[in-house]
Ligand binder design. Structure first.
Ligand SMILES: [Cu+2]
Length: 175
């Protein structure tokens, strides 16, 4: 299992345990003879302050840990290794050039000439890996690096007319 997988298992386990403790506490509070410990007002106010600091620290740590992985600062996105021009129309895609290199950052400039279309990119095993909507009159940018050589499929993912289901083509990704 990946480290992300283990992290998810850990978080689920922790949340489940916390939930179990809460359920047990609530259950015991319904029994006769259960005593509630009441802290003094000063103590509660002090605790409230600690919780405030803890929450702020948690938020700052979360921000610091994730801010650098957002995709907007990557300098290489500005200069893709190859550019592919894609045009969608009822009911076909034109991809120019139809063959691209694997493992090279690729900028797809996608246009629609008539109505809205959905650009769906499927890897050689048939798994949908990228999807963007394409509106007439604008260029929709998609930056992607296709690592797997083979025949990739492009399908329209937005209903665009009677023959929408035929709107499909392939492109070659070579090593
Ligand atoms: Cu369509």
């Amino acid at each position: 299992m990946t480290s992300t997988g283990w992290a998810i298992v850990g978080i689920y386990t922790a949340v489940t345990l916390i939930g179990a403790v809460i359920v047990l506490y609530v259950f015991r509070s319904t029994r006769v003879g259960f005593k509630v410990r009441v802290a003094s007002r000063e103590k509660l106010e002090k605790r409230e302050g600690y919780w405030g600091v803890a929450v702020v620290c948690f938020m700052v740590a979360l921000l610091a840990g994730t801010i650098f992985s957002v995709p907007y600062f990557t300098s290489d996105a500005a200069e893709p290794g190859q550019v592919v021009d894609v045009t969608g129309r009822q009911y076909a895609w034109t991809i120019d050039p139809p063959t691209i290199k694997a493992g090279v950052e690729t900028e797809f400039d996608i246009h629609a000439t008539d109505v809205s279309h959905g650009f769906g990119l499927y890897d050689p095993s048939g798994k949908l890996v990228k999807q963007v909507n394409v509106l007439p009159g604008i260029t929709q940018l998609l930056i992607a690096t296709l690592d797997e050589p083979g025949t990739w499929t492009v399908r329209c993912l937005e209903y665009c007319g009677l023959d929408h289901h035929l709107m499909e083509t392939t492109m070659e990704v070579e090593p």
